[in-house]
Design a protein around this ligand. Structure first.
Ligand SMILES: O=C(O)CCC(=O)C(=O)O
Ligand SMILES: [Fe+2]
Length: 363
């Protein structure tokens, strides 16, 4: 008779086979796991995510907010730190082209070819194909791996952009990512401008505080997971930079935290989802909070999303905008050099918003 442990490991391997084989239409060998610097079996780990009540249906999530953001001169109602932008001016054909090219990389490219682009297992946020968000950090910092593969492109400033490091197939891949990066930069500037104005600041205030954008375009691919209640596609976190612009397919799986309830975001065709990130929370002195979010998996369909991060240069010191600080409204956050923030984020792991919480001053 088998012991409980034997049952457990057999079940985990089964889970892996199904998950990974749907990713690449064949079984992956153990040595391939190891090239990526970790054992994918660690992805299967019990997490306490099943206590969530059925998530309220946020139909029209952000639709009203997106209208307001373009018209409002007053404080924006952004209790979620996240909202959908429609009528954003980025051609829907470009959004679809990017999703198509990225999907083709994950679905159609054989694993040996994918591994030509493997990111460095020892450096966090290195460019390329990988599946371990906290690469290069103390292994005890995060034992559970996400049920996700990704491809990270360094896109801005232009000195970081080298399309030769991106997939060469399908043939339009590189050009599509480059055009998409340029469009997202313009959109991020507009949204940060509107957010600044809504606080009575000059429109370039947040952008000036951030400095030249360090932009990364990260495609996430979440294979179907036969036991979604045992995993997360991506653990709970807030993004560390200034603003993230996200597009996704129609599968759904992104959740945002409101109070202590996880709420599923319903994909909105051709919309761009804005996720406010930690440096915007600091610069606005907490008037706008960054969005805590995570991705869940599902047993039936793979999901694809593309997050475009806009971050400060590592040497920039971030602090609450001086215009927002006075005797009755003191600074709520300690100043931080962005590079130190990133280092701490990768060393400790995100665990929700622990890194920004650690900068909060007692009031
Ligand atoms: O896949 C998603 O919807 C979320 C991705 C994300 O949060 C990230 O890459 O930081
Ligand atoms: Fe994120």
């Amino acid at each position: 008779m088998k012991t409980q442990h034997q049952h457990q490991s057999r079940r985990e391997i089964e889970v892996l086979k199904v998950g990974k084989s749907s990713l690449q239409n064949r079984e992956i060998s153990k040595s391939e796991y190891q090239i990526l610097g970790h054992d994918v079996r660690k992805r299967v780990q019990k997490r306490g995510i099943c206590n969530a009540e059925p998530c309220p249906n946020l139909k029209g999530f952000g639709e009203d907010t997106s209208a307001k953001i373009l018209e409002s001169k007053g404080r924006l109602a952004l209790p979620w730190g996240a909202f959908h932008l429609t009528n954003h001016g980025v051609p829907p054909s470009l959004l679809s082209a990017l999703r198509r090219a990225a999907l083709s990389f994950f679905r159609d490219t054989p694993m040996p070819e994918k591994l030509r682009y493997a990111c460095s297992p020892s450096a966090p946020a290195s460019e390329g194909y990988g599946s371990k968000m906290l690469a290069g950090t103390d292994p005890s910092a995060s034992t559970a791996l996400d049920w996700r593969d990704y491809f990270d492109h360094h896109t801005l400033p232009l000195s970081r952009r080298n399309p030769l490091r991106w997939p060469e197939s399908p043939p339009e891949y590189r050009d599509t990512v480059a055009r998409y990066s340029d469009e997202m930069k313009g959109l991020a500037q507009r949204v940060l401008g509107l957010i600044s104005e809504s606080l009575g600041l000059r429109s370039s205030c947040i952008e000036d505080a951030v400095g030249e954008f360090y932009q990364n375009v990260t495609v996430s691919y979440y294979p179907p997971c036969p036991q979604p209640d045992l995993t997360l596609g991506l653990q709970s976190h807030s993004d560390m930079g200034a603003i993230t612009l996200l597009i996704e397919d129609d599968v759904g799986g992104l959740q945002v935290l409101k109070g202590d309830t996880w709420v599923t975001v319903h994909p909105l065709q051709d919309a761009v989802l804005v996720l406010l990130a930690d440096q915007t929370e600091i610069i606005t002195n907490g008037k706008y909070r960054s969005c805590e979010h995570r991705a869940i998996t599902n047993p039936d369909r793979a999901r694809l999303s593309v997050a475009t991060f806009h971050d400060p240069t590592k040497t920039v010191k971030i602090s609450p905008a001086s215009e927002l600080i006075n005797e009755s409204a003191p600074a709520k956050y300690r100043d931080v050099v962005y590079g130190d923030y990133v280092l701490s984020w990768y060393t400790k792991g995100p665990e929700g918003k622990r890194n920004i919480d650690a900068l909060m001053l007692d009031s």
